[in-house]
Design a protein. Structure first.
Length: 396
């Protein structure tokens, strides 16, 4: 029969041994974690790890290849069905475009009336002007005594004459220039030298191409001016609305693939898209130095009407720099057509910008959770063209 005391000693010894083993394992884990932590602080190690993970993204797991032949055939059948669905989707977008053209014709009389008011060709009636605004709400909250006092002060300071001058102002001055300055992607293009000419921009209209190729044209209507002879500058965009043969499943709807500007008939010495620079040249043998004047391209909004040339074939390759310029151009053209022209007054007052900034802030909050940065830039909805100073910026 086993000695109970001896058994207890053996058990205690076993317990001590297990505790020591557990401590050793814990130390090993802590050491490993400390080593890993030190390695992750090394930029070279982190870069190598990111590169390795990046190479793994999108790699085929081999599951599809491992499936039996009958199953692979069924997958091909599903792809053919998917292709037919994609073709039907393209027809759907064609119908949407026709519907858009139909309703654009209904919008046009409203846009014409808007242009007449902004240009001062039509004075809206009292009923047409009946719309609550923040300033009017604040005015109704003032007491009668405060209003009477303000009226007396105005009379004393001779403000009545100023009111008369205000009444002589026609239309809405700087309507489109203010919009351009309020919208970031446009304000980046506008140079200080462009502003006097953009002050004379009376309207932007859109026409749609219903038949192939699908597309639209932007028309910029200008007052008679000292810069160019064109009454209207145009920018035409062509869209494709069919799956590509080499990548049919990449189709996501109509896509701009080509744009064409117009020739601006600049008056002598008024071309804002070029500038004169002086360069020194030294004679190789005589050593004489002469100064020559050379014409180079200048940053200007009006470069918008001279986009890079692209091949007629939408599948043709375009170099990276040209593609970057075109991508920005397509985005601007689409934004003017889709957002600015239909909601011009809201971009003038800044209300449309507030809605967009709220959405962007929500995105930024999500990005911050993932370690993103927020530059905190906001568009100025209260831009005053008479006092603004436009910083230099690069033309897109």
């Amino acid at each position: 029969m086993a000695d109970p005391e001896k058994a207890m000693l053996v058990e205690e010894a076993g317990d001590d041994h297990e505790d020591m083993s557990s401590d050793e394992d814990g130390d090993k884990k802590e050491n490993a974690m400390a080593t890993a932590s030190q390695l992750l602080k090394d930029p070279a190690v982190v870069a190598a790890l990111q590169n390795k993970l990046g190479n793994m993204v999108g790699q085929n797991s081999g599951y599809i290849q491992s499936l039996p032949a009958p199953v692979k055939k069924r997958i091909k059948a599903l792809k053919k069905i998917q292709l037919e669905a994609t073709k039907q989707e393209a027809k759907f977008y064609e119908e949407v475009h026709k519907l858009e053209c139909k309703y654009h014709r209904l919008y046009e009389p409203l846009y014409k009336k808007r242009a007449q008011i902004t240009a001062g060709a039509y004075e809206p009636t009292e009923d047409e002007c009946e719309w609550p605004s923040d300033s009017e709400d604040e005015e109704t909250e003032l007491s009668d005594g405060v209003k009477e006092k303000a009226k007396i002060e105005n009379e004393k300071e001779g403000k009545e004459e100023g009111k008369k001058e205000d009444a002589d102002v026609k239309g809405i001055p700087s309507f489109w220039l203010t919009i351009f300055k309020n919208v970031d992607m446009l304000s980046e293009m506008v140079q200080e030298a462009d502003e006097p000419l953009l002050e004379l921009l009376q309207d932007i209209t859109v026409t749609f191409s219903e038949s192939a190729p699908m597309g639209f044209t932007l028309h910029f209507h200008f007052k008679e001016n000292d810069y160019f002879n064109n009454p209207i500058l145009t920018k035409e965009y062509e869209m494709k609305c069919e799956p590509m043969e080499d990548d049919p499943f990449g189709f996501e709807g109509p896509e701009i693939f080509k744009c064409k500007g117009c020739s601006i008939d600049w008056k002598k010495g008024k071309n804002l898209t070029v500038k004169q620079v002086k360069k020194k040249q030294k004679h190789k043998s005589k050593g004489n130095v002469r100064v020559i004047t050379k014409q180079v391209k200048a940053d200007s909004f009006f470069n918008f009407f001279d986009p890079p040339q692209v091949p007629d074939d939408p599948t043709a390759e375009v170099d990276e720099d040209t593609q970057a310029i075109l991508t920005a151009d397509f985005e601007i053209g689409h934004y003017i057509r889709e957002r600015i022209v239909p909601r011009a007054v809201l971009y003038f007052t800044g209300e449309a910008l507030e809605d967009e900034s709220d959405f962007e802030e929500e995105e930024d909050e999500d990005d911050d959770e993932d370690g993103g940065d927020d530059d905190g830039s906001d568009a100025d909805a209260d831009f005053d063209p008479s006092t603004a100073k436009n910083p230099e910026c690069k033309q897109q």
